[in-house]
Design a protein around this ligand. Sequence first.
Ligand SMILES: [Zn+2]
Length: 405
Amino acid sequence: MSATERLYYRDSHLLEFDARVIGVNERDDGAIALTLDRTAFYPTGGGQPNDTGTLGEARVIDCIDAEEQGVLHLVQGPVPQIGDTVHGKIDSLRRLDHLQQHTGQHILSAAFVKLFDAGTHSFRVMEHECEIDVALEDPTDEKIQKAVDLANQTIWHNLPIAIHEVTAEEAARLPLRKDAAREGELRVIEITGVDLTPCGGTHAQATGEVGVIAVRGWERAKGLTRIQFMAGGRVVDDYRHANRTAAATATLFSAGRDDSPSLVAKLIDDNKKLARRVRELDEIACRVRAQEMLREATAKDGSGLRIVRRTLDDCDADSLKRLALALVAQDNVIALLGSRDADTARLVFARSSDASGDMNALMRKVCEMIDGRGGGKPDLAQGGGKNVEAIDETLAAAETSLSQT
Ligand SMILES: [Zn+2]
């Protein structure tokens, strides 16, 4: 027997009540916990979050089910004394939201059982959406949509929802959707003709109060199907948000709201073609640039080896590599290139097939000068780092190192 009579068991629409304070305790975390002889505040449990509201002048920020010790109301503000009578007031919008999500879950879970014999293993009300884990084999969008459609039919038929107090023996004879989690007296929630399940949560008086159910997504999780759904006011909020997002996207195309997916797909396709074209043009530009650089580069000794050392601005890693490859396509060339690519220092070392030198070893040797890392093959190596200021001296050090080997 609990110390607190739970008024929400009989009437989930009771939002104000008077009660006597029977316990005032400071908890280890410093919060003050009030116990009352009766309460309409729902404590967290069964996947449903607690109510909030006021007790007298104090604000109720959390409610905990302490079983036999009753319901603990964690409060902030002026604390009443033991024996005081306090007036309790539940935050009605939060209660209505929880009632819609929770009752919506009964209705959706019943639909999965009726259509696919798929039971619900767990349920959670979260900040924006709810989750159920359902034993649904081979889930598909179509199957889940079918269950949502049936659930909405149940809602719109506005079926009465009744509460029955039954003994364990009586419960054993009832076709309950799930087994009772507790012993003794049971509270069974009946949605006429649709569902019969033991539950201690707060429910609608008729299914119409839930308004509507919508599914946002689903995934396979731990051998079950995890379904993200929402009910009632949350669906309206989410629709408003989704509509605004879709309309804003469509406006960018000067198109109708629902035309966006095909227009975005076309844009992505066009972008891929453009990127391919830019790459082709960059290859041509790199070849021309490489010719200019090679004309300026003179062999320093009788070997005929030309070393091209250059720092470029705003050249990305791919373009820098293309330029290096265009340079070493000629005989007897070593390219030591660097680039300031946004906040990143990039290096590419490459050599012609007939030139000597290990570009990988060279890159590994100098990369720490730009606070970075790099490597590759003997004829081509790449590196990157954070110190863009040190690119010039790093390339100079690389050239010095080459002449010493
Ligand atoms: Zn319930």
